[in-house]
Write a protein that binds this ligand. Structure first.
Ligand SMILES: NC(=O)c1ccc[n+]([C@@H]2O[C@H](COP(=O)([O-])OP(=O)(O)OC[C@H]3O[C@@H](n4cnc5c(N)ncnc54)[C@H](O)[C@@H]3O)[C@@H](O)[C@H]2O)c1
Length: 331
């Protein structure tokens, strides 16, 4: 007997990430090859955005995906998040010319209050949320505070793209296949202060910093390549990462709905319980192990050493600053 379809709400569905993401959800790559889905596609109430969304939906129809049971196209968040089992918050206002990060945070904040409330009031009781729209950690924090009845641990933000970027860099440097790299982990904020952890990653089963003996490269080039990869893609492509961001979100959700193997972890931004000195309540990237039943834990006992600890402190300070900027939206 076929499974009951799950409802997956996606904001910013007519955007470039949406375009790369939706066919992969509808073809079973996020929730598995036997899990039917209903896509609830949310865009801004502008004629052009809704027309573009209609076009995306027509293309999805034309793919004739067997798992795609229905689509809802709307600019009404209450309708969009109705019965949603997963809410993928991809849409956000892009940073305009001359706009500072703080301005972006203030511009986007109220959107996530509205979405958090709509999720609270209309989504399924088991709803889980993944935030991609930037600044994703703080947007997730805002939505979490606005959704008073949804347990905090259901709110996550995405550093899986950063993890994938870091894995690829380590594999290239070591001259091995990317499948040889395990437990690559990003700590902190999804921003230029993020901390790619080369101490706890392994290459071919050995610590990455034993396989790659050029520690100056690890601390400098590797770090800055991963931290600034988003900007480098914009420079090269004239547009921000979309295919790789969509891929990161497929991985992020897939990892959370399936159990993580013993001794393994994935990078996920989740509410901090104070682990590793990260201020409790902030949404920060941690080593996360999923139980495959809707629960997860933050893996304990990893050693960071002075260099990575110092970097994590700086990233946490940035998250605190962002939280301060939106303090009025968290009450
Ligand atoms: N966390 C990550 O790793 C990561 C990686 C890449 C991009 N991003 C972020 O993802 C977001 C989307 O990127 P994109 O390339 O798809 O952008 P895009 O501009 O192509 O598309 C964004 C879409 O969101 C829509 N939108 C804006 N506000 C909305 C709202 N309130 N409700 C519903 N829809 C809304 C827009 O109309 C647009 O269609 C950006 O904020 C970007 O910075 C995050």
């Amino acid at each position: 007997m076929s499974k009951t379809p799950i409802h997956v709400a996606v904001t910013g569905a007519a955007g470039q990430i949406g375009y790369a993401l939706l066919p992969r959800i509808a073809s079973g790559q996020m929730f598995g090859p036997d899990q039917p889905v209903v896509l609830r596609l949310i865009e801004i109430p502008h004629e052009k955005a809704m027309a573009a969304l209609k076009g995306v939906a027509m293309e999805l129809e034309d793919c004739a995906f067997p798992l795609l049971r229905d689509m809802v196209l709307t600019s009404d968040v209450n309708e969009g998040f109705r019965d949603a089992n997963w809410a993928l918050l991809v849409g956000a206002k892009p940073r305009g010319p001359g706009m500072e990060r703080g301005d972006l945070i203030k511009e986007n904040g109220p959107i996530f209050v509205g979405q958090g409330r709509a999720i609270n009031d209309h989504a399924s009781a088991d709803v889980r949320v993944a935030v991609v729209g930037n600044p994703c950690n703080t947007n997730a924090l805002i939505a979490m505070h606005a959704a008073k009845d949804v347990p905090n641990e259901r709110f996550t933000a995405m550093t899986r793209l950063d993890q994938n970027r870091a894995e690829a860099q380590l594999a290239q440097k070591a001259g091995v296949a990317v499948s040889e790299v395990h437990n690559m982990l990003i700590w902190g904020n999804h921003s230029a202060t993020q901390v790619p952890d080369f101490k706890n990653a392994t290459i071919g089963g050995k610590p990455a910093d034993e396989v790659i003996t050029d520690h100056e490269w690890l601390k400098n080039d590797f770090f800055s390549t991963v931290q600034k990869r988003g900007a480098a893609i914009i420079q090269a492509r004239g547009l921000s990462s979309a295919m790789s961001a969509a891929n990161g979100l497929i991985d992020h959700v897939h990892d959370l709905v399936n159990a993580t193997a013993d001794g393994s972890w994935r990078s996920v931004c989740v509410p901090s319980d104070g682990s590793y000195g990260v201020t409790e309540g902030l949404i920060s990237s941690f080593p996360v192990q999923s139980d495959g039943q809707g629960g997860y834990k933050i893996v304990q006992g990893l050693e960071l050493g002075d260099f990575l600890s110092g970097k994590l402190k700086a990233s946490v300070a940035e998250l605190e600053e962002e939280r301060e900027t939106v303090a009025d939206l968290l009450s």
